[in-house]
Design a protein around this ligand. Structure first.
Ligand code: DGP
Ligand code: NA
Ligand code: NA
Length: 206
């Protein structure tokens, strides 16, 4: 039987350097093995376009529960492709997943368990790499932008949820205040061993 691919999820507050690290990892893994990049929200689908309008246009009003379910639906619409990809032996690097879903919505005051429910049944990651950075350091990297959620107060709540409510055994916390090359090396050694071990690990669901 062919060895399945791994699901490698990246999480962190806005401005933690996640997108840079995702790209660096993708570039290096691509040289030696087959790997695919996915990011959530995927703003290309009809649901993703709705999410994009909510994030970029504060005049767009959607009930907090409704946008939560749309983010989750945006992950569900990628499920079959995810399963096919890993079953074909390719690994997937995923920029944000259900942990963003729960942390960003629970930060608004929604019930934690209610937030988790819609994502139950999605493919579970083999590893979650959490880029840990203080709010102060994130801010030093340039002011938060114009998108909804990009305020210091909100990011503080998101960080607290990530660090106190999300961690499960698949989580690896990395120090995102390091130089990008050093952080990349840390991430790479974690990922190499996960990809090695995946053979012996059944794919779970959230
Ligand atoms: P990004 O494209 O990675 O910058 O993400 C866009 C923003 O949306 C970012 O502030 C994080 C937030 N976000 C990502 N996934 C979810 C989700 O499932 N639910 C909510 N409420 N917010 C999310
Ligand atoms: Na963002
Ligand atoms: Na990002």
């Amino acid at each position: 039987m062919m060895k399945r691919g791994a699901i490698i999820v990246f999480e962190g507050i806005d401005r933690c350097g996640k997108s840079t690290q995702v790209q660096l990892l993708h570039d290096v893994l691509q040289k030696s093995r087959s790997v695919e990049l996915m990011r959530f929200p995927n703003r290309q689908t009809p649901i993703g376009q709705k999410i994009n309008s909510y994030l970029t246009d504060k005049a767009v009003q959607l009930d907090d529960h409704v946008i939560h379910l749309l983010f989750s639906a945006n992950r569900w619409e990628a499920r079959n492709q995810m399963l096919e990809t890993i079953q074909s032996g390719k690994s997937i690097i995923v920029d944000r997943y259900a942990y963003s879903g729960v942390s960003f919505s629970a930060a608004k005051g929604l019930d934690l368990d209610w937030c988790k429910d819609p994502d139950r049944g999605l493919p579970a990651p083999d590893v979650v790499i959490y880029l840990q950075l203080s709010i102060e350091e994130a801010q030093k990297r340039g002011n938060y932008g114009e998108e909804r959620y990009e305020t210091v107060e909100f990011q503080r709540k998101v960080k607290d949820l990530y660090e106190n409510k999300m961690k499960d055994p698949s989580w690896k916390v990395v120090n995102a205040s390091q130089k990008p090359e050093d952080l990349h090396n840390d991430i790479r050694s974690i990922v190499e061993s996960v990809i090695q071990d995946v053979e012996h690990t059944p794919l779970n669901t959230l």
